[in-house]
Design a protein around this ligand. Structure first.
Ligand SMILES: Cc1cc2nc3c(=O)[nH]c(=O)nc-3n(C[C@H](O)[C@H](O)[C@H](O)COP(=O)(O)O)c2cc1C
Length: 146
């Protein structure tokens, strides 16, 4: 049995719903998740082991992918990863969003990946599906090790 550390932020509950799907897959496979929902009210702590983050996309301004498009609502997660030495332990990013946003689909996750120099290991729309949770859990296991 292994434990996988996931940090996430969820403004409207979709990411939280997907995390529950991941937890169900983990349990079915005899594994477990160590979860932290980061929000403005969470005091950052020093992470001690590798983790993966799940971030939805909330962007404001501009019409495309240029730098004028600004991250809103989810900044607390980026700040948490930036805190202390936490960025040493990030291993991957899972992005979510809505394909109606075209080029901006999962752009926040792509920006985190670039900033912290780790891969985007999965993506899904809105609440995701159980099948997507199975696929992405497999990627989490590969990324964080058995
Ligand atoms: C104001 C606003 C801006 C959004 N901007 C984007 C975007 O630029 N790209 C994208 O893929 N999804 C975008 N979305 C969709 C959200 O990322 C999507 O609904 C996500 O599942 C929300 O996750 P949450 O319920 O965990 O907060 C936006 C949603 C809102 C309400």
């Amino acid at each position: 049995m292994a434990t996988y550390r996931l940090l996430y932020i969820s403004i409207e509950g979709n990411t939280e719903s997907f995390v529950k799907k991941l937890a169900a897959v983990a349990e079915a496979e005899g594994d477990q998740l160590s979860l932290l929902e980061v929000g403005d009210e969470v005091n950052p702590v020093h992470e001690k082991a590798p983790f993966v983050v799940l971030v939805p996309t909330y962007l404001n301004g501009g019409t495309g992918t240029g730098p004028e498009v600004v991250e809103i609502f989810t900044n607390a997660l980026g700040d948490y990863v930036d805190f202390g030495n936490n960025a040493r332990y990030i291993r991957g990013v899972i992005g979510s969003g809505n394909r109606n946003f075209n080029d901006q689909y999962i752009l926040t996750a792509k920006r985190y990946a670039e900033k912290f120099q780790v891969p985007v290991i999965g993506d899904y729309e809105l609440r995701g599906t159980p099948r997507e949770a199975e696929k992405i859990f497999a990627r989490i296991k590969e990324t964080l090790g058995e």
